[in-house]
Every structure is written in C-alpha cells, then in structure tokens.
Design a protein around this ligand. Structure first.
Ligand SMILES: [Ca+2]
Ligand SMILES: [Ca+2]
Ligand SMILES: [Ca+2]
Length: 79
C-alpha cells in the first residue's frame, strides 16, 4: 500500500507532537497540511516502534474524521 492519502495541502506543519507512552519517542502528531493553522491530519504510533500505525484525515476541519487509514498514509513524520 503506497498510495498517499489525500490531504488538504502538501505542507507538513506539525502543530503538536506528543509522547503519550512517555518513552521519549514521539507517538502522536497533529499536523496542518495547508498552512491555515488548523489541524487536519492526525497520526498515532500505537505500538511505540516509531512508525505511524493510524492516520486520520479531517479534510473539512470540522473535527470529525473523514478518512482513517492504516499506516502513515505516505506521510511519514519528520520528527
Ligand atoms: Ca512514545
Ligand atoms: Ca489546515
Ligand atoms: Ca507503530
């Protein structure tokens, strides 16, 4: 599966990066892809191996997921 999930834009502005399991490695990424300052891409590393396991896209930024895919959706984190 190497299709890149469709997002609002091609940017990757990481609004917040979290470490929910406190192992020192990021596992939650909240991202703005179109530069409007609002989050529209959410990624989670649920097993702590550093690779994204779930990607959620909120294309209309209404707070409700529009697409949920396994893996990083072709959009790996930069951090
Ligand atoms: Ca972590
Ligand atoms: Ca946005
Ligand atoms: Ca993982």
């Amino acid at each position: 599966m190497d299709d890149t999930v469709e997002t609002r834009g091609d940017e990757r502005v990481e609004l917040a990066v979290g470490d929910s399991n406190k192992d020192g490695k990021p596992d939650v990424w909240i991202v703005d892809t179109d530069g409007d300052g609002k989050a529209d891409l959410f990624q989670f590393d649920t097993d702590g191996d550093g690779e994204v396991d779930i990607t959620i896209v909120d294309r209309d930024q209404d707070g409700k997921p529009d697409e949920v895919v396994d893996g990083d959706g072709g959009l790996p984190p930069t951090t």
